[in-house]
Design a binder for this molecule. Structure first.
Ligand SMILES: Cc1cc2nc3c(=O)[nH]c(=O)nc-3n(C[C@H](O)[C@H](O)[C@H](O)COP(=O)(O)OP(=O)(O)OC[C@H]3O[C@@H](n4cnc5c(N)ncnc54)[C@H](O)[C@@H]3O)c2cc1C
Length: 171
C-alpha cells in the first residue's frame, strides 16, 4: 500500500485555511469534490488522506481529514506528474476528486473539524526536516566550492558536477 497526504491546492499552499475541496455528508457517506496539486506519491498512492472542508463557514475549525482508498472509489483521477529539478524518485502530482463517495467511517478521528489541528501536530517537524536538508545541501555545495577553488586538478575533474548543479539552480 502506498500512502499520500493531499493538502495543497492550486489556490492554497502555506495557508491551508484556503482549502476549497469539500466533503459534504450525505446519509452514511461523504461526497468529496475538489482538486489538489504537488502531491507526493500521487501517481501511485492507493490510500490518500485528503484535507477537505466539512464546514466552509468555520475556517480552520471546518477542516477535516478524509481517507480515500483509490482502488475502491469512482470519480478519482490522477493528473500530471509535475516536472521538478530533484527528488525524482517520488512523483509530485495533481489529483482530482469528482464527487468521490466514501463511508462516514473514513473521517480520520472521532469528529469533524479536527483536521487542521491533526495536521499542525505533525507538520512543523516535517518542515524542520526539509529546512535541515536544504541547509546541509547548501553547506556541502559551499565546502566543495572552497576545496575546488584551492585545487585546480580537482577543479577540472569535478567541474561536471557543478555544470549539473548550476544548470539546476538556474532553472
Ligand atoms: C517536492 C514537493 C513535494 C510536495 N509534496 C506535497 C504533498 O505530498 N502533499 C501536499 O499537500 N503538498 C505537497 N507539496 C506542496 C507544499 O506543501 C507547498 O508547496 C507548500 O505548502 C507551499 O505552498 P505554495 O507552493 O503554494 O507556496 P505559497 O504558499 O504561495 O508560498 C510562496 C512563498 O511565500 C511565502 N509565504 C507564504 N505565506 C506567507 C506569509 N503569510 N508570510 C510570509 N511569507 C509567506 C512562503 O514561505 C514561500 O516562500 C509539495 C511541494 C513540493 C515542492
Amino acid at each position: 500500500m502506498i500512502g499520500a497526504i493531499a493538502m495543497t491546492e492550486p489556490g492554497a499552499g502555506s495557508d491551508l485555511q484556503g482549502v476549497k475541496t469539500s466533503a459534504v455528508k450525505d446519509g452514511n457517506q461523504y461526497r468529496i469534490n475538489g482538486s489538489k496539486t504537488f502531491i507526493t506519491n500521487g501517481q501511485n498512492a492507493n490510500l490518500i488522506i485528503v484535507v477537505a472542508k466539512t464546514d466552509p463557514s468555520s475556517g480552520a475549525k471546518g477542516t477535516s481529514l478524509m481517507i480515500v482508498e483509490t482502488d475502491e472509489v469512482e470519480g478519482f483521477e490522477r493528473g500530471r506528474n509535475l516536472d521538478k529539478i530533484g527528488y525524482k524518485a517520488n512523483d509530485t502530482s495533481e489529483l482530482f476528486f469528482n464527487d468521490v463517495k466514501v463511508p462516514t467511517a473514513n473521517l480520520l478521528g472521532h469528529e469533524e473539524g479536527k483536521g487542521f489541528f491533526q495536521l499542525m501536530s505533525q507538520l512543523p517537524q516535517e518542515r524542520l526536516i526539509i529546512a535541515n536538508q536544504a541547509m546541509a545541501q547548501l553547506s556541502w555545495h559551499y565546502r566543495l566550492r572552497l576545496i575546488m577553488s584551492k585545487n585546480e586538478r580537482l577543479s577540472a575533474r569535478a567541474s561536471w558536477i557543478f555544470k549539473i548543479h548550476n544548470s539546476n539552480l538556474l532553472r
